[in-house]
Every structure is written in structure tokens, then in C-alpha cells.
Ligand binder design. Structure first.
Ligand code: SF4
Length: 312
């Protein structure tokens, strides 16, 4: 399946996620990635799956969950969705078929390509990332494909802003002792001023990261980032709201599908079981090895076991 959710999103409300790329195919290998290490680090755009199959999957789910119950159709990917060569076509089809706003969550690294900027032009909101203000920090936190440089990535975001008529909501992920010093924050602020996003969200790693040792900054550093960036919104807490389950036949499928894209706190997985009036699934998935329990920041998460192999 290419579609999952709807999931509660802190920025997008009830968001139907669409992943048009194979798992963990990305132009970055971020140290904080909640999906584990990047399997395929690439910048070449590809047709990974037949675009008609992706569209028909979206159509089927929208029919079941009802478009009135959705705030956004969100192209997000278990990696970088702009690597999908059919993204522009898919966005255009969604806009033609439904009155549901379309969002794209991207790392922003490929916006230097004219065809990527063209593909995104009909979306309503683009949510790019910016986690560094210079080449050294960029390599440390995002670990990009060797062919992408910091200045090129930044220029891509600046050029996109000049032509794009939708909203740009920039997300900055702060990592303790990696990009949370005053110097790093000020350099990032210089870059943000060039991009001129409509909103700036500050975020911290709240789920188990790809690289052990990655931690959220101290609260004082988050406050400092808000001061330096000016008008910002906070994403440092957990999302609330309910997941949509109409699209799943049983609790086991729902838990596996959702946590493959969106690692679940154990309490959220238990809530899913209750919604299906089922019990024992989580214990049985932990015993048969489909799921693994991981503690991060004193919170228990359930991850698909293949994620663990990808955590470095
Ligand atoms: S956080 Fe996003 S951009 Fe970074 S490696 Fe993971 S999927 Fe790619």
C-alpha cells in the first residue's frame, strides 16, 4: 500500500499520508531520522511504481474514509518524496479529483532542480527542512548525498520561494550539541531570512533516532532558538488526536502499517487495539519478532523489527 492513515499530524491535522517511493530511499541520511538508516542514498529521480496504482490506492482510501474527514493529502514518503518522478502528476490528479488541500513534506534538498520545483507548484503547502546554516553542520546532521552541497540546497529553497504561490512551512530540527549553539542558530537564521518561509516550526527528536546518542536540546536552547528565529511555532511535544482505522481490516495490520511510517508510542498501539476491540496483538507481535520495544527518553516505542537493523 502507498497510502496510510489518516494520522494525526501536529501541523496538518488529519493527514492522509502517501508514500510514492520505496522504504528509506532518500537524498539524506539524517542522524535523527525516525525511520532508521537510509537504505538507498540517491539524488536521481525515478518512476518507482506505476503512478496509476498510487492514484488508485489514494482513490480507494479517500472513498472509505470520506474526504470530509481529511484536512490534507500529504505526500511524505518513507524517505524523500520528490525523488518520485511522477509527483507533479499525482499532485495534479489529487487537485482535480478532490477539494482536499495537498501538502508535501520534503527535506528540500532537491529544490535546486527545476523539474522538482515545477512538480510542487500545484500543491497548497510545502514543508521543507533546514537543520544547518553551513556546510559542516549540514554534513553532520543531514549526511546528504555527496553531490549536494549546502549552498546549492539553500539556493534551491530560495529560488522555489520566489515562484511558489502556496505556503512554505519550514521545519528546523534541533539536536543537542550538534546544531543548537548560538553560532549555529544564528547561521540558520541567516539562511531562514533568505528563504522567507510563511511559518517556521522548531522540532526536536522525540522518537528513537537513526544514530544512537542523538538527543533533544536542553529547554533553554529551544527557547534561545525561538528568540533568534523570531516568530516560530513549537513542534517539540507529541501530536494528539486519533488515527484513522477505516482503511485497515484488523488491529495487527493497522499497527504494523502505521508504525512502519510513523513509530508508535506503546500507549498509542494499545489504543489502536482497543479501537478494534482486540487484545493480545502487541504481545504476540513482540513474541514473534514483528515488533520490537525501544525505550527513548523514558518512553516506550514499538518499531518494526527491520528498523532495528537499520539503527546504527
Ligand atoms: S529524516 Fe527525512 S530527510 Fe532525513 S533521512 Fe529521514 S526520511 Fe530522509
Amino acid at each position: 500500500m502507498y497510502v496510510y492513515g489518516p494520522v494525526p499530524s501536529r501541523r496538518l491535522g488529519r493527514s492522509l499520508g502517501v508514500s510514492p517511493i520505496p522504504p528509506k530511499t532518500c537524498s539524506y541520511n539524517c542522524i535523527y531520522c525516525q525511520l532508521g538508516r537510509t537504505d538507498k542514498l540517491q539524488v536521481k529521480r525515478e518512476v518507482f511504481y506505476p503512478k496509476e496504482d498510487i492514484l488508485s490506492d489514494i482513490e480507494n482510501v479517500v472513498k472509505v474514509v470520506n474526504s470530509a474527514n481529511l484536512d490534507y493529502i500529504t505526500f511524505v514518503g518513507d524517505g524523500e518524496p520528490t525523488l518520485c518522478k511522477d509527483l507533479g502528476w499525482l499532485i495534479g490528479q489529487c487537485k482535480e479529483k478532490w477539494q482536499i488541500p495537498v501538502a508535501v513534506i520534503t527535506n528540500g534538498s532537491l529544490l535546486f532542480m527545476e523539474d522538482v520545483r515545477q512538480d510542487l507548484k500545484n500543491s497548497d503547502v510545502v514543508l521543507p527542512s533546514l537543520d544547518a546554516g553551513n556546510e559542516m553542520v549540514y554534513r553532520k546532521v543531514n549526511r546528504p548525498h555527496g553531490s549536494i552541497g549546502f549552498e546549492e540546497m539553500l539556493q534551491g529553497q530560495v529560488d522555489f520561494r520566489k515562484k511558489y504561490s502556496g505556503e512554505i512551512w519550514l521545519e528546523v530540527m534541533l539536536v543537542k550539541d550538534v546544531n543548537d549553539s548560538d553560532k549555529s542558530l544564528m547561521e540558520m537564521n541567516d539562511a531562514i531570512e533568505q528563504i522567507k518561509p510563511d511559518r517556521i516550526y522548531i522540532s526536536v527528536p522525540i522518537r528513537p533516532p537513526a544514530k544512537p546518542g542523538v538527543r533533544p536540546p536542553e529547554p533553554g536552547r529551544i527557547i534561545r532558538a525561538h528568540e533568534i528565529f523570531g516568530t516560530t511555532l513549537d513542534l517539540t511535544d507529541y501530536e494528539d488526536g486519533e488515527f484513522g482505522f477505516d482503511n485497515y481490516p484488523d488491529a495487527r495490520t493497522a499497527i504494523i502499517e502505521i508504525c512502519s511510517r510513523h513509530p508508535l508510542r506503546e500507549e498509542q498501539a494499545k489504543d489502536i487495539e482497543m479501537r478494534f476491540s482486540e487484545s493480545g496483538n502487541i504481545d504476540s507481535m513482540l513474541s514473534d519478532g514483528s515488533l520490537v520495544r525501544v525505550e527513548y527518553q523514558n518512553i516506550s516505542y514499538l518499531l518494526p523489527s527491520n528498523f532495528i537493523k537499520k539503527i546504527q
